[in-house]
Design a protein around this ligand. Sequence first.
Ligand SMILES: Cc1ncc(COP(=O)(O)O)c(C=O)c1O
Length: 310
Amino acid sequence: MIPHGGAPAGARADFSTNLNALGPPGFLLRALRQAPLGRYPDPEYAELRALLGETARVVVGAGASELIHRLVAAFGGPVAVFCPGFGEYAYAARVRGVEVIVARDEEAFVQAMRRSAIGFLASPNNPDGRVFGVDFLKAAVGAGGLLVLDLAYAPLSEVPVFVPEGAVRLHSPNKAFALPGVRAGYAVFPEPALARRVRALAPSWVLSSTGEAFLRLASAEEARTWLSVTRPRLFAWRRALAKGLSRLGFRVVEGRANFLMARIGEGRIAALREAGVWVRSLSDKGMQGWARLSAQGPKRRRMLWEVLGG
Ligand SMILES: Cc1ncc(COP(=O)(O)O)c(C=O)c1O
């Protein structure tokens, strides 16, 4: 296991995950309770896959993390990763004894892709919220290895997210709808042959009936409308958070998603936790004193200011 965000049940405020703070929507929760749990799902998930893209190019899984591990198992290494980035990519490589090439800037990532079987990038990136540009992504996809573009936060991006042709698209709609307990995700491959390699490694019924219902409902009109209503509020909350933290003299990296990074110091991270306010320390990524905080409403921000002195 590696560190991830998430607060215990008794926490007063949770800034530590990047879930949409306005969710989950009631209509989705109600619909998920109707999932047919009394029978096995279709082992091919044929209807769902047809809904999510061209059937032969779609692979469903029990969340993006499960698919990340399967991708590494299918394509091997070396594995190129961007730093700072989501830790599960390197972890999936490490547990298989596969070499990891860590790139600390875009040029280094393109170089790393030349020597890699597979490379992972999230856009927007976790933890800094950056959205990668067209030229860089085209260079990365053409460099050699298979590029997996992790679109976990694309539905929560303030700007359009470019996806180059030839990349694998990895989707995890649970962030946008604040339903991380429903373990469901999917990947769309540029070619059916690549998808087959990853599908072949799944156990039977890898996706629960609830997960299947979630992926179907998350791509429906009602869900898309709900999301589009929440997004401007989340971005306004992120800006208010950035302004408050900057005013207190902390260095802030804002990015374009529903979260930001700030250097508030290890002591304050601990003091916040003591007060039941959880932020994601980035010390495990070599960023001592830095924390990642998601956009939250005014009531929760006040809890933050109580401890930080704003
Ligand atoms: C960039 C990124 N990708 C994937 C995941 C995990 O997604 P899932 O919950 O579908 O496993 C996370 C969760 O923090 C993430 O930040």
